[in-house]
Design a protein around this ligand. Structure first.
Ligand code: ATP
Ligand code: MG
Length: 610
């Protein structure tokens, strides 16, 4: 059975897709080309999933391509661990959906072989000219692009700006730089080094590159306008000295381009047409355009478009804060199941199809807002309801003895694997005299609307008999330890009284046949919808009950569970087998993680509180 349904519906249209559609109609570009450009300084989260689905979705819908590019211009915070996780997560998210839209990284060409204008064009034609088959073939390997592969070219472009008098080397200290820059309501002030000659600047810039100066001694700045109301245009720094090794380029560089300088040029070098980013970059757009326009480049220039980032209730979405949760061991790692990271969500048992459906359906707008995490949870439930195999499991067991069922007798009952999918078939579940039911399915003093088991009351055991509670057994301290019941032995499917109606149906497992499993009940990580509201410390809103670990009694067929399959423990929720099952702290062979409860318990709580 194929697990992932490949048919993620196309996203509804939005203002960015409208622009792209217009460009396609006008044949403005030979081909639509987008990119997803993470900085490898952390793991991807669900906000990135929105951006991935937007960029790959557009490539998919308009017959274009999308590059995965590491925006790796800051060696200090980046790491190959992050690069590897990004590749894995993107692969998982778009696999079976849009991987044939991946931009092809030219094989066997290194940055050294492609610097200089003529060679650069060769490089580009190799991107544009590849056959579809070759691209798909290489896409299977999902080789990302790296901004750091363009450092030579980006350096050449910087020299061009220096030569034409549009960039200068500035010796102001970082603090002075900051002060001279002014603020939105305070004009900036020209650097005393602003009028160095191009020759002097070129010499200094080359010496920066050669490693003659320590960190912070000077910077290369674009010469734009210190009086601009947009502070990003006030002679922004485009290169800085950092005597640091880089995860991709090693010790080759002593100077590194700033994000704003590298980003637009990487887009141009790759032939990107639509450079889509989040709203906070809107104020950078004039700089993006200024850099490209001042280099008199031969090909069509990429254009930047901004959309509102995803904010999700009960969640923090910032790599810096997620790193803090990991480093302070508040969670067990980036793939802790409570994390909003793609790897955490995947480990929790959410399918890539569900995550894509969420990312595609929340819509693309120009206004920042807060998406209710219940929307995500609803999407996950809908998806799992279609695919999950139904199983019986009892989380908090209470023993039931069926006194009129012979000792030593066993019976096999037939149960449906998935009412939503006939092809999933049926299975046998063992029944015997001693069973476990859920503790909360019995109440000694039951309220009027309690339709489960109570003294003298009747309930149906799912797929089995109607039972009646005759006697409640307690220990010395008054705790209920066992129920003694009688079964209507004609009431199972096909029997004389099978049609008899009782109000409640509960789940159960046979005590002799059930197996013990570690079950991890995960819940939201935060108790507040906006953990960071009004500048409060997000850690003050942590949910102390975000994880509970218990031993459950589960039906024996689950011994063959695999992490790829999804399960619904009937009446409880959706569960998946953890990949580290043999590491159970409770010494069981199986660990099941709760992906999500069957119903939205938080909505019920909120309703009660209101
Ligand atoms: P964070 O703000 O979480 O630290 P970031 O913006 O620094 O993330 P990048 O690696 O720069 O992370 O992001 C890669 C791409 O993903 C960028 O184009 C960015 O705009 C986009 N992106 C990041 N966060 C979100 C989000 N919450 N919703 C939508 N897109 C996002
Ligand atoms: Mg960023």
């Amino acid at each position: 059975m194929s697990l992932e349904n490949k048919e993620t519906p196309s996203a509804p249209s939005d203002f960015i897709r409208d622009i792209v559609a217009r460009h396609v109609a006008e044949q403005k570009y030979p081909r639509v080309h987008t990119r997803f450009p993470p900085e490898p300084n952390g793991y991807l989260h669900i906000g990135h999933a929105k951006s991935i689905c937007l960029n790959f979705g557009i490539a998919r819908e308009f017959g274009g391509v999308c590059n995965l590019r590491m925006d790796d211009t800051n060696p200090a915070k980046e790491d190959v661990e992050y690069v590897d996780s990004i590749i894995e997560d993107v692969n998982w998210l778009i696999g079976g959906w849009a991987e044939d839209r991946l931009g092809l990284k030219p094989q066997g060409k290194t940055p050294e072989t492609i610097s200089g204008d003529g060679k650069r064009d060769f490089y580009l034609s190799s991107i544009f000219g590849t056959s579809e088959a070759e691209r798909i073939h290489s896409a299977v390997k999902l080789e990302p692009f790296y901004a750091s592969d363009y450092f030579d070219q980006i350096y050449d472009y910087a020299e061009k700006l220096v030569e034409k008098g549009s960039a200068f080397v500035c010796d102001l200290s970082p603090a002075d730089l900051e002060f001279y820059r002014g603020a939105p309501d305070r004009p900036g002030k020209d650097s005393p080094f602003r009028n160095r000659t191009p020759e002097e600047n070129l010499d200094l810039f080359q010496r920066m590159k050669a490693g003659e100066f320590p960190d912070g001694a000077c910077t290369l700045r674009a010469k734009i306008d210190m009086a601009s109301p947009n502070i990003w245009l006030r002679d922004p720094v485009i290169y800085r000295i950092k005597n640091a090794g880089h995860h991709h380029t090693g010790l080759k560089w002593r100077i590194y381009p700033m994000y704003d300088f590298a980003h637009c040029l990487s887009d141009y070098i790759e032939g990107v047409t639509h450079s889509i980013c989040t709203l906070e970059f809107e104020v950078h757009r004039p700089l993006y355009d200024w850099i490209l326009e001042n280099l008199t480049l031969p090909r069509a220039l990429p254009k930047q478009y901004e959309f509102a980032r995803l904010n999700l209730s009960y969640t923090v979405l910032s790599k810096r804060k997620l790193l803090q949760l990991v480093e302070e061991k508040i969670v067990t790692g980036w793939d802790d199941l409570r994390m909003p990271t793609i790897c955490g969500i995947r480990r929790r048992g959410v399918t890539s199809e569900a995550l894509r459906a969420f990312a595609c359906n929340i819509g693309i707008t120009k206004y920042n807002g807060l998406t209710d995490v219940a929307v995500l949870e609803h999407t996950i439930r809908e998806d799992l309801n279609r695919r999950a195999l139904r199983r019986l499991a009892v989380l908090r067991p209470l023993k039931v003895v069926i006194t009129n069922f012979p000792e030593g007798k066993g019976e096999e009952l037939s149960a449906v694997n998935n009412p939503e999918d006939e092809s999933a078939g049926r299975r046998k579940i063992p029944f015997s005299r001693e069973l476990f039911i859920e503790r909360e399915d019995f109440q000694e003093v039951a309220p009027p609307k309690f339709f489960r088991l109570k003294p003298g009351g009747e309930v149906r055991l799912k797929y089995a008999y109607i039972i009646k509670c005759d006697e409640v057994i307690k220990d010395a301290s008054g705790n209920i330890t066992e129920l003694r019941c009688t079964a209507d032995l004609d009431s199972k499917s096909g029997g004389a009284t099978a049609a008899r109606k009782v109000k409640g149906t509960i789940h159960w497992v046979s005590a002799a046949h059930a197996i013990d499993a570690e079950v991890r009940l995960y819940d939201r990580l935060f108790t507040e919808a906006e953990p960071e509201k009004d500048g409060r410390d997000f850690k003050s809103a942590l949910n102390p009950r975000s994880l509970e670990v218990i031993t459950a009694k589960i039906e024996p067929s689950l011994k063959d569970a695999t992490p790829e399959l999804r399960y619904q423990f009937e009446r409880i929720g959706y569960f998946t087998l953890d990949k580290d099952s043999r590491l159970s702290t409770l010494n069981h062979q199986l660990i099941f993680n709760r992906t999500i409860t069957l119903k939205d318990t938080w909505a019920k709580e909120a309703h009660k509180a209101a």
